[in-house]
Design a protein around this ligand. Structure first.
Ligand SMILES: [Zn+2]
Length: 403
């Protein structure tokens, strides 16, 4: 099967007909369809598919054992996300296996295709949950208790999908069997387009924080409560959004409020509480800390001014990742044509970032002509996707071709 054939099959799964965006949330029906599709495709290729204790899927080309070369990505999406984020890496892995088979290549080291669960954190709030659990940086008790917008816990959702949530946690045995992980991903930015390069190599991932800010005020009548008597949590929230933008600009970082819930949410009422989620990223840890500190102190100041109580809690911290230089250099050597491939940093988190703490990991980016991501407008040209498949196949041939 060609890349385009595979893509056509996966494309409709979990896509909202109204917005054209994807809602592939982990442990939902759409997620189950994607997982089933991957399983069938892998089995058609004679790969042995097994879920691990954390709900990630592994498809083995060759016997499971020491020194395997892993590749893959994720199939879940953000709300109304694009079709390429995650899926491109999974489909490219399957297509790369086909390409190598056509060349009668047989791996000296086993190749394993991975699909990580809850990479976006769209349902349970913690990104890269599957790789965090596997590598032991996420406490299993805390993970089991994470809940979605409807109050369903991860434990309940996994159990409903036939997984035993009691078994989630570090997977040392699996990690010790992997010699390297290479994740191909659509570029989430626009660095490759001006360089006229279809494929690039990742150098690092910026550190990343998620904070939950709850502004608690007093519900009251919008038509009768004097301005001076109000405890309106919307006001410190609004001030904080603008302060976050200023802090990001001042520090050379990024700060975003993308999710906010006002309770009770009446048009003619002052809210009792406003809960908002801050996503902040920066080139290094110190800059990230400084950005968060500036935003928190602004939130405190505005809350005091408006007689509102602020509770700020950190939901996740993802440290700076530097990808393995030896592995990245080997990719660069394998893929160098007349010119070397561009090497880029990124502000987006990936499972490869968590694996990088434990095993040599590297990433390939496929050009995104507009740079738009986490949106239905996200795209990559077919020719670039095919170039990505050829690059990934060449990398696997190099890494798995020698014992
Ligand atoms: Zn992704």
């Amino acid at each position: 099967m060609t890349f385009a054939d595979l893509w056509r099959e996966l494309e409709p799964l979990g896509r909202d007909p109204q917005t054209g965006g994807y809602r592939r949330y982990s442990w939902t029906e759409a997620d189950a369809q994607c997982r089933a599709w991957f399983t069938v495709q892998a089995q058609r290729r004679g790969l042995t598919v097994e879920p691990d204790h954390n709900g990630n899927l592994w498809a083995w080309w060759g016997p499971p054992g020491a020194g395997a070369i892993a590749t893959g990505s994720h199939l879940d999406s953000v709300p109304d996300g694009g079709g390429f984020d995650g899926a491109l890496g999974v489909v490219s892995a399957l297509a790369a296996v086909d390409l190598l088979r056509e060349k009668d290549f047989y791996p000296e080291r086993s190749v394993v295709l991975a699909v990580f669960t809850e990479e976006e954190g769209a349902r349970f709030g913690v990104p890269c949950l599957g790789s965090r659990l596997m590598t032991g940086v996420m406490d299993p008790d805390r993970a089991r208790a994470l809940s979605d917008n409807k109050g369903v816990t991860l434990a309940t959702a996994m159990a409903a999908a036939g997984f035993d949530p009691a078994r989630i946690g570090p997977d040392e045995q699996r990690l010790s069997g992997l010699a390297a992980f290479v994740e191909l991903h659509v570029e989430q930015g626009r660095a490759l387009a001006p360089l006229d390069a279809p494929v690039g190599i990742a150098r690092s991932i910026w550190p990343h924080d998620r904070w939950r800010l709850e502004f608690a005020g007093r519900p009251d009548h919008a038509g009768t409560t004097r301005l001076a008597d109000r405890h309106d949590p919307m006001l410190p929230y609004a001030g904080t959004v603008l302060a976050a933008r200023q802090a990001a600009a001042a520090h050379g970082s990024l700060a975003t409020f993308g999710k906010v819930i006002a309770v009770p949410g009446g048009t003619n009422g002052i809210s009792s509480s406003v809960t908002a989620w801050l996503d902040a990223r920066a080139p290094d840890e110190a800059t990230l800390e400084a950005t968060i500190a500036t935003i928190r102190s602004a939130a405190e100041k505005f809350s005091t001014e408006h007689n509102v109580t602020l509770t700020a809690s950190q939901e996740s911290h993802t440290p700076l990742v530097r990808f393995d230089p030896a592995l990245s250099n080997r990719l660069a050597t394998t893929l160098a044509g007349s010119e070397p491939l561009p090497v880029l940093p990124t502000g987006a988190g990936h499972d490869a970032g968590f694996l990088a703490a434990r095993i040599p990991a590297a990433m390939l980016f496929v050009r995104n002509p507009t740079g738009v991501s986490h949106s239905p407008a996200e795209r990559a040209d077919l020719a670039d996707c095919e170039a990505g498949v050829r690059a990934l196949a060449a990398v696997l041939e190099d890494l798995a071709g020698r014992p």
